[in-house]
Design a protein around this ligand. Structure first.
Ligand SMILES: Cc1cc2nc3c(=O)[nH]c(=O)nc-3n(C[C@H](O)[C@H](O)[C@H](O)COP(=O)(O)OP(=O)(O)OC[C@H]3O[C@@H](n4cnc5c(N)ncnc54)[C@H](O)[C@@H]3O)c2cc1C
Length: 533
């Protein structure tokens, strides 16, 4: 089967949905195909916000990747959930909406990427936004991407905010405005109690234009390149071979693990590696799959037996009430994002801007021997460094599109990342010691007060931490020999081929990554439209 479109976009995740929607709506005369390996989002857990906790294990809508043994985490293999469904990771993520810091984007521009400074990208954040607080210099209204505020029903969140202020963190009513620093509620992508993934925002009936063809169950196997130009994509459509030709451009939006895989399977990557797998080399690009990085969470679990938490709300009677409230009015804790309160702060005293983040939730859990989640009467303070310097890689291990890639993130590889992790953890612990938390009568369950020294805390973080799931950087944008795409997101050496997703970030943003991926999709649409006219 063969079909022809002006643009073929591979991957309906955060960036791909925004890009395909913007392209098709800006140019009604063009045809856009949006290919997605996964299915439409039929599982109800994909729509109930708190369902996210049940979507982290491998399943039909999760690629279910795993790292190789991580050398700086006692050789642990770490699970890396990735959405395989319309919406991509935004269909299984924690739904908090954080853009990062202005300096992140200024640094991208300074590293040889003109057009990516904060002043350049801010309009791409705001133009698809529908901000609950209204439009201002930092926010937009009227776009498909609803950004709402937490309706907090847990007094312990207010106390945690007060405690953070007592520990010296100023209250910040909008962490996506002039300054990210301080403590405040997370903005989120939950509309009327339901998850607003990139697919529910940009591909919804009445939003997606008729010239945008969304094609689920379409696994792209390789990009077709002829005389140095990408001409289309070879894929499996409902398990049958198909070719989609692109008159103008192919854009890969497969995410930080899958976009480099697709390049490599298309013969674009490290020449020796490709030859060894029997893949004809189309373009030798040594940076493909390199520079992979992520944020790493450290947890403090604090027991609070008499306070209102998700644990108390999950007992049979309150749970019945919560279910009824959710079903009738889409309210209650089932409609909450993964974390309610954020703190952005300096872990290292000599940092010139926040280098650490806390995700706070009035919930705690553990896992039993079979890996099932066991709720605990407590709260969780998760801290992570924001600008890791550890770098890993991901590469295919076979030409077969069905085989899993090798992934080595090298979490906590550098001294800097280890120091930030430990100091971020200590400052998170300080908040819990403040008077505002006193009347909850709680105590630290994990790691417990015996764990105090730098080495002990680091050992605990290595043994029990988790990824924050913000994988980025594996098709790095830049102007040097190891860059994969240039500042216009064009794959170096191949015309008509771009990458637009978390993989192009030269360095991860200081915060959660969905908002920046939507921005990258928006910007890529503009770059394509400008090139055409
Ligand atoms: C568990 C979890 C929690 C998270 N929590 C948050 C949060 O609360 N806030 C936040 O901002 N960020 C969060 N993130 C991160 C954020 O969601 C991702 O960084 C972001 O969605 C990545 O967007 P993307 O466009 O790069 O790729 P993705 O959203 O991953 O999209 C890639 C898409 O391409 C498809 N695809 C891949 N290969 C192929 C192929 N060969 N053929 C066809 N289709 C293909 C995939 O199936 C997928 O749908 C979380 C991520 C996870 C996994």
């Amino acid at each position: 089967m063969m079909q022809e479109f002006d643009y073929v976009v591979v991957g309906a995740g955060s960036a791909g949905c925004a890009l395909a929607w913007r392209l098709a709506s800006s140019e009604p005369g063009c045809s856009v195909a949006l290919l997605e390996a996964g299915s439409p989002a039929r599982n109800p857990l994909l729509h109930v916000p708190l369902g996210f906790a049940f979507l982290l294990k491998p399943h039909k809508n999760n690629w279910g990747y795993q790292t190789a043994p991580e050398p700086h985490l006692n050789q642990r293999r770490v699970d890396l959930p990735r959405g395989k469904v319309l919406g991509g990771c935004s269909a299984i993520n924690g739904m908090v909406y954080v853009r990062g810091q202005a300096q992140d984007f200024d640094a991208w521009a300074a590293a040889g990427n003109p057009g990516w400074a904060y002043a350049d990208v801010l309009p791409y954040f705001t133009r698809s936004e529908d901000h609950e607080g209204g439009a201002n210099a930092f926010h937009g209204t009227g776009g498909p991407l609803w950004v709402g505020n937490v309706r907090n029903e847990f007094p312990i969140c207010e106390d945690f905010i007060k405690a953070a202020q007592q520990a010296g963190h100023p209250f910040n009513s909008d962490i996506n405005a002039a300054s990210q620093a301080g403590v405040g509620y997370f903005p989120h992508n939950i509309r009327r109690g339901k998850r607003l993934s990139a697919a529910s925002a940009f591909l919804a009936p009445g939003v997606a234009p008729a010239n945008l063809r969304v094609i689920p169950h379409a696994l792209a196997r390789r990009v077709l390149v002829s005389n140095g130009r990408a001409t289309g994509v070879e894929c499996l459509l409902n398990n049958k071979p198909a070719t989609l030709l692109a008159n103008h451009a192919v854009v890969l939006c497969g995410g930080a693990i899958n976009s480099p895989q697709l390049l490599e399977r298309s013969g674009i990557g490290q020449a020796d590696r490709l030859r060894a797998l029997g893949i004809p080399v189309v373009q030798d690009l040594p940076g493909v799959g390199e520079n992979l990085h992520d944020h790493w969470n450290a947890y403090i679990k604090f027991g609070v037996s008499n306070s209102k938490t998700y644990f108390s709300e999950s007992k049979p009677l309150p749970m019945l009430n919560n279910l009824v409230r959710y079903l009738v009015r889409k309210e209650g804790f089932l409609a909450n994002p993964a974390a309610l309160v954020a703190v952005f702060y300096q872990a290292l005293d000599d940092a010139d801007r926040p280098d650490a983040q806390i995700h706070f939730a009035p919930a705690a859990s553990n896992f039993d021997a079979r890996g099932n989640m066991v709720p605990m009467a407590g709260i969780t303070v998760a801290s992570c460094g924001l600008r890791p310097t550890s770098r890993g890689h991901t590469h295919i291990t076979s030409a077969d599109a069905a085989s899993a890639p090798h992934i080595q993130v090298n979490y906590l590889q550098t001294d800097y990342d280890q120091r930030v992790a430990v100091e971020a953890f200590r400052k998170a612990r300080d908040i819990l010691r403040m008077p505002a938390m006193g009347h909850h009568g709680g105590s630290e369950l994990e790691p417990g007060h015996a764990v105090q020294g730098f080495g002990e805390i680091l050992d605990y973080i290595r043994a029990t931490g988790d990824p924050v799931h913000h994988l980025a950087g594996s098709c790095r944008m830049g102007n040097d020999d190891n860059a994969v795409v240039d500042a216009a997101l064009r794959v170096r050496g191949i015309s008509g081929l771009r990458v637009a997703d978390a993989s192009i970030m030269p360095a991860i943003v200081s915060g959660n990554t969905h908002a920046a991926c939507v921005m990258i999709g928006e910007k890529c649409a503009d770059l394509l439209l400008k090139e055409k006219h």
